[in-house]
Design a protein around this ligand. Structure first.
Ligand SMILES: *[C@@H]1O[C@H](CO)[C@@H](O)[C@H](O)[C@H]1NC(C)=O
Length: 374
């Protein structure tokens, strides 16, 4: 979903993050701290794909599971950062009225990276569209994957079906083609259909959850396993990282694999020590990123670090069995929240009686030719 980062780099503003409250001290964007990230003033060339996927091949990474309660905690914690509260944003859509999509209070600003492209890159007439609880994006394959899967589960009888050809067309364009951001054939009607489906059809909610699991949660668990991270809270941290930074080789400057590399091997570190190092690297990378979009979101990493940076906190939070307090965001995640319905964005719809989600389905991790857009 965050596949437009590279283009957004065109809007470089220099190391501008000195003034951000969560980019101070060891995270200040000084040359000393930032050189290792190799950000340059010129945008690097866009990476096109030759193998029909934007994802790394992670088939060789070890696997591990996650229990239901931990998965729920991880999704809720990330939802707080993305949507500001513990109501899952299944029906979230940008408001297109002013043609900028910024009339709603923004979720985490990184979700709006694509807007930077519009400003800095005249070729894009409009930004791609973001919708759903983790910002499924029209110009990458993830919104297309959601709609395709929904079609399958409804026999093509659903409100979003008519947008399938356009999503397919966009997904088949070369990755660096700015026309991927085109919304002329989607726009407000697509958003309306998304919102309505999320508010009235439990199958669509379950589809979003299942695609989110296969595209982001399952890969996060593999990346975590590959560096020996097995604690419940570590799994949640990797999930949040992959949701925000992605795991795509077409974004070489910022993705979970780069953060793992820059963190360095775990060596003899305890898992707690390694995770703190990992979060510090992630935060530095954001603070050093030469734009005005990444540095402000260092606050979420501060909230995560704050859950484990003492022996007592580690003992309390490592299993995610207790409620966690996200201090900067001012929200406590309990794990008992209802995740079935978007009561925040569905106010104008009547919740159907007996609303309940169908059983989830496990989908393959993307990144093989099997998931190429057809
Ligand atoms: C696709 O190619 C890129 C670039 O060579 C590589 O990094 C990536 O792992 C490949 N992905 C798959 C699924 O083979």
């Amino acid at each position: 979903m965050k596949s437009f980062t590279l283009l957004a780099v065109l809007g470089l503003v220099g190391y501008a993050s000195a003034g951000y409250p969560f980019c101070k001290g060891q995270f200040a964007s000084t040359t000393q701290h930032c050189t290792k990230f190799q950000f340059t003033k010129r945008a690097p060339p866009c990476v096109n794909t030759a193998n029909c996927t934007t994802f790394y091949d992670i088939s060789g990474l070890p696997d591990q599971g996650i229990d239901d309660h931990t998965a729920k905690m991880a999704q809720l914690i990330t939802n707080v950062f993305e949507n500001g509260n513990t109501v899952m944003g299944y029906a979230y859509v940008e408001n297109l009225k002013d043609n900028r999509g910024l009339t709603k209070p923004p979720r985490d600003q990184t979700t709006f990276r694509c807007f930077a492209i519009v400003i800095s890159h005249k070729v894009f007439s409009s930004p791609p569209l973001l919708s759903g609880y983790i910002g499924f994006t029209s110009g990458t394959n993830d919104a297309y994957t959601v709609v395709q899967e929904y079609n399958k589960r409804t026999n093509n009888k659903n409100n979003l079906y008519k947008f399938t050809p356009e999503l397919a067309r966009l997904s088949k364009l070369p990755f660096c083609d700015v026309k991927r951001g085109s919304v002329t054939k989607l726009g407000q009607p697509y958003f309306k259909a998304w919102e309505k489906s999320a508010c009235t059809d439990p199958r669509f909610v379950e589809t979003q959850i299942d695609v989110g699991r296969s595209m982001y949660l399952h890969p996060a668990l593999k990346f975590a396993a590959s560096v020996g991270v097995k604690s419940n809270i570590g799994k949640a941290f990797f999930y949040d990282t992959i949701i925000q930074h992605g795991w795509q080789f077409v974004e070489p400057l910022i993705n979970i694999r780069r953060i793992i590399k820059l963190t360095g091997p775990r060596g003899k570190d305890s898992e707690q020590a390694y995770l703190i190092r990992f979060l510090n690297t992630r935060r530095s990378l954001m603070c050093c990123f030469p734009d005005n979009v990444w540095p402000p979101s260092a606050d979420r990493v501060s909230d995560l670090t704050n859950l484990i940076n003492s022996p007592a906190k580690w003992a309390r939070n490592k299993d995610l069995k207790n409620p966690v307090n996200l201090a900067v965001y001012g929200v406590t995640v309990k794990g008992t929240e209802n995740m079935n319905y978007d009561s925040s964005n569905c106010k104008k719809y009547k919740k159907s009686r007996g609303w309940s989600l169908p059983k989830g389905k496990s989908l393959p991790i993307p990144g093989s030719t099997k998931t190429c857009p057809k």
